[in-house]
Design a protein around this ligand. Structure first.
Ligand SMILES: Cc1cc2nc3c(=O)[nH]c(=O)nc-3n(C[C@H](O)[C@H](O)[C@H](O)COP(=O)(O)OP(=O)(O)OC[C@H]3O[C@@H](n4cnc5c(N)ncnc54)[C@H](O)[C@@H]3O)c2cc1C
Length: 288
């Protein structure tokens, strides 16, 4: 690992000043679970590491006045998993955080670090996309909101630029009656990254008519995939097992998986179809 100076700012302003002073030679650190591996492998070689642990503005989880939820960047996965506010907002979201790695990683790794790291096989991104989340990002010039649909731009790459800090993930209020699930296909070990994962949110009206639906997948391309074709095939339809099977088949054209040690691209494409169908069928059956 190369030598670097470690800085521990206690405010956002101090963080922006450090990023401004050291420019490209500075790298942010949250829990360090991903960054330390990158440092050890020499994949990043900053002269200055800026630790966010003491930055007050980045801590905590809270309900928003509009009924939504704000998860600030330095909240750990474990804090999110056990937070009464997350559980009250959406139990499936709390369960999603519980699917990240092992408890040691969840105690150390942060939600902001997870999103900024942008590994396409991570668990929270598809779930947060299915819930319509936005990233709140700031630099010394000001603050902006980026829909999570646009936040992930390529393999391990986000829409954030040098000097940006991810402040929080803001989720809109969940419409009453919305059913939500997360399926993580893990043929190897329970604490592995997903081979394919699917998050789905479904709101049904009378006679099982689909009033709204959102579906997103992880480990199915270089970025999390928002499965809009599947959604379009379901919205406004009276749902049954056949409609769900036909719509789930469309996900094959939306994903673009990579061959890796968890399976071939062809296998993952088929698993994306299977797990999308299972997730949607589970939500349909949940009210039966
Ligand atoms: C053994 C192991 C198993 C894992 N398994 C899973 C799994 O099953 N599912 C899963 O989802 N994840 C898994 N992970 C990934 C884990 O969730 C991430 O490593 C973690 O969330 C990253 O958070 P961190 O706080 O440690 O970030 P760090 O390692 O500190 O930072 C990661 C990157 O994000 C940047 N960053 C951090 N915070 C901010 C911020 N606020 N603003 C801008 N940039 C920022 C850093 O500069 C760095 O580039 C695993 C990791 C390990 C080591």
């Amino acid at each position: 690992m190369n030598q670097f100076d470690y800085h521990a700012p206690t405010s956002l302003q101090e963080t922006f000043d450090l990023l401004d002073t050291y420019g490209e030679d500075a790298h942010l650190m949250a829990g360090g679970t991903a960054l330390v591996l990158l440092l050890q492998q020499g994949l990043v070689q900053p002269g200055h590491v800026v630790g966010l642990r003491k930055v007050n503005e980045l801590q905590g989880i809270q309900r928003l006045d509009n009924g939504g939820l704000q998860i600030r960047a330095m909240a750990t996965h474990r804090q999110a998993e056990t937070s009464p506010d997350v559980q009250a907002y959406c139990e499936a979201l709390a369960n999603n955080f519980a699917r990240v790695a092992t408890i040691r990683i969840r105690n150390q790794g942060t939600v902001g670090g997870n999103l900024a790291h942008a590994d396409p096989a991570q668990d929270p991104p598809p779930m947060l996309i299915a819930l319509g989340g936005e990233a709140v990002v700031a630099n010394k010039a000001g603050q902006r909101r980026i829909g999570l649909d646009e936040f992930f731009v390529d393999y391990f790459e986000t829409a954030m630029q040098q000097g940006d800090v991810l402040l929080s993930i803001d989720l809109p209020p969940l419409a009453p009656g919305t059913r939500v699930t997360y399926k993580k296909f893990l043929p190897r070990t329970q604490d592995d990254y997903a081979t394919v994962s699917v998050a789905a949110a479904l709101r049904l009206g009378a006679d099982h008519t689909c009033e709204d639906v959102r579906v997103a997948l992880g480990a199915a391309a270089t970025v999390p995939v928002h499965a809009r074709k599947v959604e379009d095939a379901l919205r406004g339809q009276r749902l049954d097992a056949e409609k769900i099977k036909d719509a789930a088949a469309l996900v094959r054209d939306e994903v673009d998986p990579l061959d890796d040690l968890r399976g071939s691209a062809g296998y993952k494409r088929e698993m994306a179809r299977v797990w999308t169908q299972r997730a949607l069928q589970e939500l349909l059956d949940a009210g039966a």
